[in-house]
Design a binder for this molecule. Structure first.
Ligand SMILES: [Fe+2]
Length: 386
């Protein structure tokens, strides 16, 4: 159960919560109904509300304690509903994810120390095989992406996510070519291996990199390529991903400035997966973009940064409104997207959070917009992150 607490009306502007009790005027008129979501009020609306409450002599209102609790609550309810829905969603086992990230971390540390890492790479091949089976059984993998807890973990978590996303895209683009998916997944796990040689003060720098630092950072694909070969990695798919995941189809990428088809398809797939995961993650120098903004960014970069076919496949799989996006529906109610309908980019499955007055609903309704003619998404309000 959510806990309510009293907050001073003067603090309303910075507070993002749900009103826990009806707020009424001296004349018993309803000013603020129970369930109103403060985070969905504009700044002007909040200022007007504060003035109104103060004029009525109201100094405190009761709100549910934190957005985090609410988000968790919505997500656990969303997950419950999803299981009953006819939308294929599969989660990668957390134990498998943690184990994989530990293996990636061990490989990086061994490589950074300059020692031979063949045995660790061999164990990642086995993991790549297991992940591939998970990917091939899954029609929607996006909710499995893991978010970073510690900044030092970033590269390992990111590598795991890139492996899943790239493998998932490859499965769709190659009509489930198992061997290829497996190689791309392994390539994703080790794509940034060259970062093992980049100084941590550059990798974790909280601001913009200067020219010298950026030049060092840009060396990681070539460092990685050389390290991989020194450690006996000969597979061309894996080597291509390591060396060319930062190339762009317009030739403005690095390290070799290749264009279009000169960049191997597997590296073009990795590039989309890499950018999508990177921009949806909080970093020391910037906060995460919402999945909706990340999709827009990939869409805008099709033909310049990204291979349009690969970008299209990501958008088809995730939809324009990926899970976690909070949207306003055409009947003015607010909902959170809980699953995509593959191939239908604009009509996902949503869970309605509040009615047309912004009043938070205790009873949750799940609607598949594909089966709800007349109801559509009017706009994006924000997003929930796990
Ligand atoms: Fe990279």
């Amino acid at each position: 159960m959510l806990k309510a607490k009293k907050i001073p009306v003067s603090d309303l502007e910075k507070f993002k919560g749900i009103v826990a009790e009806d707020v009424v005027s001296k004349a018993k008129a309803l000013i603020l109904p129970r369930g109103s979501n403060l985070s969905w009020l504009s700044n002007v609306a909040k200022k007007n509300l504060i003035a109104k409450l103060k004029a009525e002599g109201i100094e405190y209102i009761s709100v549910y304690s934190s957005d985090v609790d609410l988000q968790k609550n919505f997500f656990s309810q969303g997950a419950e509903y999803k299981e009953k829905l006819d939308v294929p969603v599969k989660r990668i086992d957390r134990e498998l994810a943690n184990q994989t990230m530990k293996q990636i971390g061990d490989l990086y540390q061994r490589i950074a120390s300059g020692e031979d890492a063949r045995d660790l790479y061999d164990s990642l091949i086995v993991t790549g095989h297991i992940l591939t089976q998970e990917i091939l059984q899954s029609d929607a993998i996006t909710l499995s992406l893991i978010k970073v807890r510690e900044k030092d973990e970033y590269t390992y978590v990111h590598s795991f996510n890139v492996a899943l996303l790239a493998g998932f895209l490859a499965a769709r683009l190659s009509r489930r070519d198992k061997k290829l998916v497996e190689k791309i997944t392994i390539g994703g796990l080790v794509h940034d291996i060259g970062k093992a040689l980049i100084p941590l003060e550059i990798l974790n720098k909280p601001g913009r990199l200067d020219d010298r630092e950026y030049a060092i950072m840009k060396a990681h694909p070539v460092y990685g390529f050389n390290l991989a070969r020194q450690n006996g990695i000969e597979d061309l798919v894996v080597l291509s991903i390591i060396r060319w995941h930062h190339e762009r189809v317009d030739g403005k990428g690095y390290p070799d400035g290749l264009t279009r088809d000169a960049i191997p398809l597997v590296a073009r797939i990795a590039a989309v997966a890499d950018v999508f995961d990177a921009v949806t993650t909080d970093r020391v120098y910037r906060t995460a973009e919402s999945p909706y903004n990340a999709i827009s960014l990939i869409f805008m970069g099709a033909n310049t940064h990204f291979d349009p076919e690969v970008a299209r496949e990501l958008i088809l799989a995730l939809g324009l409104y990926p899970p976690g996006t909070v949207v306003e529906l055409s009947n003015q109610s607010t909902a959170v997207v809980i699953a995509s309908n593959h191939g239908d980019m604009i009509r996902p499955v949503v869970m309605v959070l509040s009615d047309f007055n912004g009043v938070f609903l205790e009873e949750k309704h799940v609607i598949n917009l594909k089966q709800a003619p007349g109801l559509y998404i009017k706009g994006v309000i924000g997003n929930f992150s796990e």
